[in-house]
Design a protein around this ligand. Structure first.
Ligand code: FAD
Ligand code: UDP
Length: 380
């Protein structure tokens, strides 16, 4: 337990929070600082921060242990909230995709099209070029439809087919439209990955931000601790659970599918490898999906550089809920169970089986806090 916490666990806590990622830490911070609640956060990992955890590697380079985490949001409320715990470094994310032997911007934009097809189109011509290739559709149902209806079969195959098969272990035709809708198509030269109003990285990293968030006398954090270790040991009035919802219910209705990743980190004896932080490899001939080079994200100066290759996998930690109709139907059954379970609040990417970005999870926790605070004031 950190020295800063001022209570004894054997006397019990008001809230036991399972999971020290954004979902758990934001709620813990609010409950402790705004309502004076005693909160214990546990995580089975040996650190705070969940998937957003970053740390120095052996070479002293700041890396993200669970793949690149880029902060972007349109919500001033979310940004203001997090700004209590970190300063920010301006950063706009740019990604290249290796296609036909060259690296071109993704999202597909005017530059992408001109480079790939050795053309010199303007925006009007690019729009006509895409319209001539796009497959007209009356209904956009799947992630494949989203792309093919905008750019046609050929560009779909070059940029999306292989990447999506690798990332999700299934065809884009079997995924909700929401998945590839995350990646727009543009006919101008804007090559930013995101267009959100606020785009920045925590100046000293995510982990330091989390440490400041939970640095409160009413918050204790126990790393390397699973829910089963404390469930019957630490008395608690209320449970906040941000682990996988199906696991909480002992997989009563079967396993909710999650996609996992294997991260291969390495340090190279060169100051910089790539032009941008992330290069995507859509080809099915390459087993990984992307290479991230962290110095672009962090601005760190160092004579060497550290990178991560991501190899998608069916086995391993659950990273991605898989957005597909049959999974949503299974999740709804667990959601019903969750609603009938008094004293427990399910939240976060795993607890509510949602493909959420960090800012969406922060917003979800702030909303949940407002609801819990209101319930308290009504009960008082
Ligand atoms: P998590 O961060 O997963 O935290 C849940 C924690 O609960 C975990 O640490 C886990 O160990 C713990 N836990 C689970 N079960 C138990 C148990 N039984 N007992 C104890 N502990 C338990 N979002 C962005 O906005 N921008 C990005 O660029 C971005 N990139 C991403 C890249 C990758 C590879 C991945 C996987 C995600 C990315 N995300 C990104 C999404 C982001 O990681 C999530 O939105 C956010 O971290 C979710 O927070 P959370 O608290 O819900 O879950
Ligand atoms: N995608 C793709 N090719 C790319 C980039 C994205 O096929 O070059 C698809 C893929 O299915 C991916 C989805 O679009 O999972 C969403 O991409 P995003 O970059 O948002 O994925 P994340 O960063 O969440 O892994």
């Amino acid at each position: 337990m950190p020295a800063s916490s001022s209570f004894r666990l054997d006397q019990g806590v008001d809230h036991l929070v399972v999971g020290g990622g954004f979902a758990g830490c934001v709620l813990a911070e609010r409950l402790a600082s705004q309502l004076g609640r005693r909160v214990l956060i546990i995580d089975r990992r040996d650190h705070i921060g969940g998937n957003a955890y970053d740390c120095l590697d052996d070479a002293g380079i700041l890396i993200h242990r669970y793949g690149p985490h880029i902060f972007h949001t349109n919500s001033a409320k979310v940004l203001d909230y997090l700004s209590q715990f970190t300063e920010w470094r301006p950063y706009e994310h740019r990604v290249l995709a290796e296609v036909d032997g060259q690296q071109v911007p993704i999202p597909i934009n005017l530059t992408t099209l001109n480079k790939l097809y050795s053309l010199q189109m303007d925006s009007h011509a690019a729009a006509a070029f895409l319209a001539a290739r796009a497959t007209p559709m009356t209904e956009i149902r799947s992630s494949r439809d989203v792309v093919v209806s905008q750019v046609g079969e050929e560009l779909y195959r070059k940029f999306f087919e292989g990447y999506t098969r690798k990332q999700w272990g299934r065809d884009a035709g079997e995924l909700d439209r929401s998945v590839t809708s995350r990646v727009p198509t543009r006919t101008d030269t804007d090559d930013r990955y995101f267009q959100d109003r606020y785009q920045c990285m925590p100046q000293h990293g995510y982990t330091q931000m989390f440490e400041r968030m939970i640095d409160h006398p009413n918050i204790a954090f126990l790393p390397s601790t699973a829910y089963a270790d404390v469930r019957d040991v630490v008395p608690h009035d209320h449970l906040i659970y941000s682990g996988p919802v199906d696991e909480y219910f002992d997989f009563r209705y079967g396993k909710l599918p999650y996609r996992s990743l294997r991260f291969e980190h390495s340090t190279l004896d060169t100051p910089l490898l790539q032009q941008v932080a992330v290069v995507n490899y859509p080809s099915s001939d390459v087993l990984y999906t992307r290479i991230t080079e962290y110095k672009h994200l962090t601005g760190q100066r160092h004579p060497r550089t550290s990178i991560t290759r991501e190899f998608p996998s069916d086995v391993g930690d659950p990273y991605y809920p898989i957005p597909a109709p049959e999974n949503a139907a299974l999740y709804r059954r667990y959601e019903e169970l969750a609603e009938q379970t008094p004293g427990v609040t399910f939240t976060g990417r795993l607890g509510t089986y949602r493909y959420y970005n960090m800012d969406q999870v922060v917003a979800q926790s702030l909303t949940l806090f407002a609801r819990l605070a209101q319930q308290t004031s009504v009960a008082a």
